[in-house]
Write a protein that binds this ligand. Structure first.
Ligand SMILES: C[S@@+](CC[C@H](N)C(=O)[O-])C[C@H]1O[C@@H](n2cnc3c(N)ncnc32)[C@H](O)[C@@H]1O
Length: 319
């Protein structure tokens, strides 16, 4: 079985920002095909550890081929990060990486139904063990819900027309394949964006909804912050403005101290200090990386460091 390959975006810089310590414990929440994981492993010594997870069974199969006792591959969604790590006996981490979105093998495998480049059942689930497929959702969702998903997650101007066209089409028979959906969208969209298929935005929106990608991210970030030891770093790479907005908002909020209440006898030392320190500004791929890997064009990387008590300074606990 070929599991495909994925060119990792911001590979060196993301791992550099994790400030990998040879004996630290790191978590790669989005293994994909392991580009970042392999580089992290190469920076670890004998006592270091890397836990990777992915919700996609094919990614997990690819990870299970890594024969290295410092490495553990877990199957699950990062929205349940703390519980998954706890089951693996891990309570703290020296660094956590999130490289969001879809992998190239997901897009390139016709059977997964992510892409209109191939005709295939309209699936789009990253985790094929459960949940609803795109076809199942389109068969029963109210028109207003389809419209809002396409408008909000696809930032599609013609969401209203597309949702109406899908609902009209499904009254004639199931919308069950990628090509069927692409044809319905092409028919409903009155203008074309240069160098972009009219169905691109709709496919992206439905994928984000089917996989609950923004909800997963909002659940994961606070857990990452809780899990990090003081000095531990969180590195998050987003590919969609809505993802980056969530990362930016949560990191900023956690990097801001509560204001001192006015007219109350509270001193600054009684107020909880911020739990995070932002490291630098948002980083983007260089023009040469974008030329070599067009996926890098929309990548935005943010880095933050856990502040706080040095009491927990070692994620592996007492030796
Ligand atoms: C951009 S790829 C990661 C690529 C990886 N860094 C590499 O170098 O190969 C994103 C991966 O995250 C996984 N993923 C997306 N959302 C997830 C979630 N909520 N929980 C776990 N894995 C998720 C996808 O299945 C996909 O394999």
């Amino acid at each position: 079985m070929s599991l495909g390959s994925h060119t990792a975006v911001l590979l060196e810089r993301a791992v550099e920002e994790l400030k990998v310590r040879a004996d630290g414990l790191y978590v790669d929440c989005t293994f994909g095909r392991g580009g970042h994981s392999r580089l992290i492993l190469s920076r670890l010594g004998n006592r270091g550890r890397l836990i990777a997870l992915d919700r996609d069974p094919d990614a997990v199969s690819a990870g299970e081929m890594i024969d290295d006792e410092r490495f553990t591959m877990l199957h699950g969604a990062f929205g349940r990060l703390a519980a998954l790590l706890r089951q693996a006996g891990v309570e703290r981490a020296d660094g956590i990486l999130l490289d969001l979105g879809v992998s190239s093998p997901q897009l390139d495998d016709p059977a997964r139904g992510f892409s209109f480049r191939f005709d295939a059942p309209l699936d789009m689930r990253m985790d094929t063990r459960g949940g609803f497929t795109a076809a199942q959702w389109l068969a029963s969702a109210p028109e207003s819900e389809i419209r809002e998903v396409i408008r909000n997650y696809g930032e599609e101007r013609f969401a209203k027309q597309i949702a109406a066209a899908i609902v009209a089409a499904r009254a004639r028979g199931p919308v069950g394949t990628t090509r069927q959906l692409a044809a319905i969208v092409a028919e409903a969209v009155p203008t074309r964006e240069p160098r972009q298929d009219p169905a691109t935005r709709t496919f992206q929106a439905i994928r984000i909804h089917v996989n609950q990608e923004l909800e997963e991210l909002s659940l994961a970030l606070p857990q990452c912050i809780d899990l990090l030891v003081p000095g531990g770093r969180l590195v998050a790479i987003s590919f969609h403005s809505l993802e980056d907005r969530i990362v930016k908002r949560i990191l900023r909020l956690q990097a801001t101290a509560d204001p001192l209440p006015r007219r109350l006898p509270v001193k600054a030392r009684d107020i909880a200090p911020p739990r995070l320190k932002l490291i630098g500004r948002a980083q983007r791929a260089t023009p040469s990386e974008i030329a070599a890997n067009p996926r890098a064009r929309s990548a935005v990387m943010r880095v933050a460091e856990r502040t706080g008590d040095a009491q927990y300074a070692d994620a592996r606990g007492a030796p």
